[in-house]
Write a protein that binds this ligand. Structure first.
Ligand code: UDP
Ligand code: MG
Length: 314
């Protein structure tokens, strides 16, 4: 069976949102008059979302459930969506309806014009705290500055990608992932479409500060050596400072006015450099840990129920 559109929604405890998600996506996709499927990736939900997804899949063959064995994280759920989607165009959308399904029509229009990646840009955000908006804005700008890939500002994972692009992304099996960066990295003809990001329909965000930080680290380490270079810059700067300081200290000591005696100056210098060294070690550790994870070569995710298998009885 050939499918034109695959809509992929990662789901982690979104029980109240699933019926509305299904209803709005069906309405929008039916209006295109083309074939579509809805790939619902259950990322280890514990609130009954899993049963709800299976129930939808039993009632509508276009709903294809991918049920993870545990929570693997949003980025990995998106990856499974790429793997299982069969459509000519693949759309990633949040399950909480912050990305209005109606915008898919705008994305599809650009795709029909020949663009291979159509990302949705958040022109406005509703129902999010100033803290979230501020950290998000700062994050996109930091990433833009320090990485070599020019990722579009204020664009999340909500985007449409052509089959060609998805096939390339499927070969990129890195463990610590930043999907929106990966989809910018591959190139192809890309374009943005502005939209208004809505408030969540129900439930709370599954992205506490800790997870946002982890995502930011994936983005930075995955696309840049900048943190490693910072240690080098710091090393040169403090070595340079030391070379300049040595004659100054000698002259001042010889002049006999008691400058630089006592332990306080020594202590400050030792603590400062000790701190810098430990931070540099930590940065190195961050990259080495990631290397270690890659070396283990474990599967990215484990699937309990896949759309290829028969659905379990209710
Ligand atoms: N999500 C997921 N696994 C996780 C966390 C989130 O699949 O570990 C899903 C979540 O169900 C939602 C999407 O990722 O569909 C975006 O999450 P959320 O709305 O909580 O993030 P926010 O919009 O607040 O940044
Ligand atoms: Mg959300």
């Amino acid at each position: 069976m050939s499918v034109t559109y695959s809509i992929v929604a990662p789901i982690y405890n979104e029980l109240e949102n699933i019926p509305e998600l299904y209803r709005r996506i069906s309405a929008v996709m039916d209006s295109t008059g083309e074939t579509w499927e809805l790939v619902l990736v259950d990322d280890g939900s514990t609130d009954g979302s899993t049963d709800k997804i299976l129930e939808l899949a039993r009632a509508d063959k276009r709903v294809r459930p991918v049920i993870f064995a545990r929570n693997f994280g949003h980025q990995i759920a998106i990856t499974a969506g790429w793997d299982y989607a069969r459509g000519e165009a693949v759309v990633i959308i949040d399950a909480d309806l912050q990305d209005p399904p109606e915008v898919i029509l705008d994305l599809a229009k650009k795709w029909k014009e020949g663009y291979e990646v159509v990302y949705a840009v958040r022109a406005e955000r509703e129902g999010e705290s100033w803290f979230k908006k501020f950290t998000a804005a700062a994050f996109y700008r930091l990433i833009y500055r320090i990485t070599d890939v020019k990722m579009p500002l204020d664009a999340g994972d909500f985007r449409l990608m052509d089959r060609k692009v998805v096939e390339v992304l499927k070969t990129m099996r890195e463990r610590h992932r930043f999907p929106r960066g990966m989809s910018a990295w591959v190139g192809f003809k890309q374009v943005g479409v502005a939209y208004k990001r809505a408030a969540r329909v129900a439930g709370v965000t599954k992205y506490p500060f800790r997870k946002m930080l982890k995502l930011a680290l994936n983005a930075i380490t995955g696309f840049s050596y900048f943190p490693l270079q910072v240690a080098t810059y710091f090393g040169f700067a403090s070595a340079g400072l030391a070379i300049l300081a040595i004659p100054v200290v000698i002259v001042m000591r010889m002049s006999g006015d008691g400058a630089f005696t006592g332990q306080a100056t020594t202590l400050i210098a030792v603590l400062f450099l000790g701190g810098v060294q430990l931070i540099s070690l930590g940065i190195l550790g961050e990259y080495i840990g990631r290397l270690y994870d890659e070396a283990k070569g474990r599967p990215l995710y484990i699937v309990r129920e896949s759309p290829e298998n028969d659905l379990p009885a209710p």
